[in-house]
Write a protein that binds this ligand. Structure first.
Ligand code: 2AM
Length: 182
């Protein structure tokens, strides 16, 4: 079985900017810079035959390249239990358009439809028992973060290999953008 997701890698200059945020927050397990990405669709554990179908479906998704800008920070969780820190994005219709095309291609290939609303973000850290006041301080110091714009000219099929010290991601396939598809 393969644990797969579809995502957009960050260019080196953006990786550098994001990694400059990775300090000063108690309880944060920082994502290694080589793992930064924007998820389009999490697939979970699938067998090799299904992965082949997924790859064929994604091969048919075409579209233009587009600019993307990271902006602001946020966290997932409620109240005192915040569990992830992330960088947000300037609203992007081309990104939502690409995500919708990926989603419908995957459903056509036999994947169950995603039930959750798409919430684009780049995860920076997973949080455990981070004191709310420390998170508030961190947001105060870093919350106006901006990076880009950069050009999204491909998206990728990733394998996530879970290990004792966290996940390692491998790009299995790249799908170029920038053709004339819509
Ligand atoms: P996250 O960054 O918010 O943790 C690989 O795990 C990628 O798929 C991560 O970006 C992760 O989001 C995303 N993802 C979405 N749904 C997931 C799920 N149910 N389990 C694990 N990762 C998920």
């Amino acid at each position: 079985m393969l644990r797969l997701f579809v995502g957009i890698p960050m260019p080196e200059a953006v990786v550098e900017r994001l990694s400059s945020l990775a300090h000063g927050l108690p309880g944060a397990r920082w994502v290694p810079p080589e793992n930064y990405h924007l998820t389009l669709r999490f697939l979970g554990e699938i067998d090799e035959g299904t992965a082949h179908d997924v790859d064929e479906a994604l091969d048919l998704v075409t579209g233009p390249s587009f600019p993307l800008t990271l902006s602001g920070l946020g966290s997932f969780g409620s109240g005192h239990k915040q569990h992830a820190l992330w960088a947000g994005l300037v609203d992007s219709d081309p990104l939502l358009h690409l995500q919708a095309k990926v989603e419908s291609a995957l459903v056509r290939s036999g994947q169950p439809p995603e039930q959750r609303k798409y919430s684009p973000h780049v995860t920076l850290a997973y949080l455990t028992d981070t004191p709310p006041a420390k998170l508030a301080n961190y947001m105060g110091a870093n919350g106006l973060f901006q990076a880009g714009p950069f050009t999204v000219d491909r998206y990728c099929l990733y394998e996530s290999v879970l290990g004792k010290s966290g996940a390692t991601y491998h790009i299995l396939q790249e799908y170029p953008l920038g053709g004339w598809g819509v």
